[in-house]
Design a protein around this ligand. Structure first.
Ligand code: FAD
Length: 420
């Protein structure tokens, strides 16, 4: 189930349960088993360990009921069902408390990339554990010197017989403090151009030689982390993909990420976007101060604009996903979803605050989302980088000049190109 060819497929096969029968079975099971949804962040934000423990607990319940990893192959602990089953399931999940935190990056990015590049042993070891909620994963990609120019990673992995020795630093790693495993991009060859000397490794996060520090953010939370690696020993069996071919793994991982963040990933489980699992019109009207407030034409226009953005987002996801599935669009098209998600979320946050007026300051959920809206324009690659990908790799426009493309990495200074 890989998307490097531009195709996103769900499980297939003739013995797959009919979607409407599955929907009825899932509806009954959810109503009998899952607890009701809790308000957003009611448990203390993504930076509390309790919320992650709760997500693992909920995932174990889903797993025991046969509703974990619906589109993952059965041999790796999934249910071998199709994207249509997953969609039907997601539509039912709104009223229930679900382990949504595990979607990004564990299911939609990390398990998906393991499926694409893992050895049989790596897949059998990790994917079932991820789907059981036993393993939470994190990506160690960005570095203090910059995240957009990912191919200039300076964290080094030096071969020593049948293992590598890892040294360097990573930053902006979401929730590394609770993660069990990471994929880390490290330089293994300094004598070739930057894209050709990287290797992706699997590492256990909490082990001697790895220091994980939490970073306090503007909203007071501390979900981001920075890590320092000092002589960490990584067996060669923990290479993901091939030695010095880490860029291939990284670009596929990033396509999964753009799909996940943009809302098009087939691996997303549960109703993820707040606006999708609640009543969007009702929520906006309530923010404005109730139906009577819409007699003010400007406020009514703002509500209309927010609903229009939500509709366009929904149809853009459906259109791009369908065209990718038919092979008419390739993996870089996920940048369209990512960019639209970021820009429309930005605008919707601004609209929500304008609708709420001075009440926005005392609405902690709204204020938190407002403060984090810029993050969406950076996470998984900035808006500028998505625009570069769309122009160069979707529309076929000329490539951005890059003086460092064919130069051995060792000979480069601090030159920068793009996270593409
Ligand atoms: C919420 C969130 C979660 C994240 N989680 C993770 C994670 O789990 N793991 C991880 O490794 N990283 C993570 N990141 C880091 C993220 O990947 C980087 O922030 C992102 O890639 C940008 O890198 P940077 O912040 O170093 O900015 P820089 O690369 O320093 O860029 C600075 C500015 O320059 C612009 N720019 C850079 N190059 C170009 C170019 N060629 N053309 C035009 N403009 C350019 C950028 O658009 C940006 O506006 C996360 C970030 C956020 C906000």
């Amino acid at each position: 189930m890989r998307i490097d060819s531009g195709t996103i497929e769900g499980g297939t096969g003739t013995d797959v349960e009919d979607v409407s029968a599955f929907r009825a079975r899932a509806a009954e099971w959810l109503a009998a088993t899952m607890p009701p949804a809790v308000p957003n962040r009611a448990r203390g934000g993504d930076d509390s360990i309790a919320i992650w423990d709760r997500a693992r607990e909920l995932q174990r319940i889903l797993h025991a009921g046969g509703f974990a990893g619906l589109v993952f192959p059965k041999q790796y602990g999934g249910q071998g069902l199709t994207v249509a089953h997953q969609r039907a399931f997601n539509e039912l999940c709104g009223p229930y408390e679900m382990p949504l935190l595990l979607n990004v990056p564990s299911f939609t990015i990390m398990a998906a990339t393991l499926l694409d590049f893992g050895t049989e042993e790596q897949k059998r070891r990790h994917i079932p554990a991820i789907l059981r909620g036993d393993e939470v994963w994190v990506q160690f990609l960005s570095e203090p010197s910059g995240g957009s120019d990912l191919a200039s990673a300076r964290t080094r992995a030096t071969r020593d017989g049948d293992h590598f020795v890892l040294n360097g630093a990573k930053v902006w790693s979401s929730a590394a403090f609770v993660a069990d495993y990471a994929m880390i991009l490290a330089r293994t060859n300094w004598d070739v151009p930057k894209h050709r000397g990287l290797t992706m490794f699997i590492v256990q996060v909490h082990q001697p030689g790895i220091t994980v520090n939490r970073i306090k953010q503007v909203d007071g939370s501390a979900e981001f982390c920075e890590e320092f690696f000092t002589d960490v020993v990584v067996p060669e069996a923990d290479i993901l993909g091939r030695e010095n071919d880490g860029w291939t793994v990284a670009t596929t991982l990033l396509a999964h990420e753009k799909n996940a963040v943009g809302g098009g990933s087939p691996y997303i489980s549960g109703a993820t976007a707040l606006i999708e699992r609640q009543d969007p019109i009702g929520e906006l009207v309530e923010l404005a101060g109730g139906p009577a407030a819409l007699e003010d034409g400007h406020l009514a226009e703002l509500v209309g604009e927010a609903i229009m953005l939500q509709e366009v987002r929904k149809h853009t996801i459906a259109s791009v996903a369908a065209r990718m599935a038919r092979g008419e669009m390739q993996a870089p098209a996920s940048a369209v979803l990512k960019l639209f998600d970021a820009t429309s979320h930005m605008r919707t946050s601004d609209i929500s605050v304008e609708l709420a007026g001075s009440g926005a300051a005392s609405n902690s959920g709204l204020a938190g989302r407002y403060l984090m809206r810029q993050a969406r324009c950076l996470a998984g690659g900035s808006n500028e980088i998505q625009r570069n990908i769309i122009s160069e790799r979707v529309l076929g426009m000329p490539r951005e000049a890059a003086a460092d493309r064919d130069v051995p990495f060792r000979e480069l200074g601090a030159s920068r190109t793009s996270r593409a």
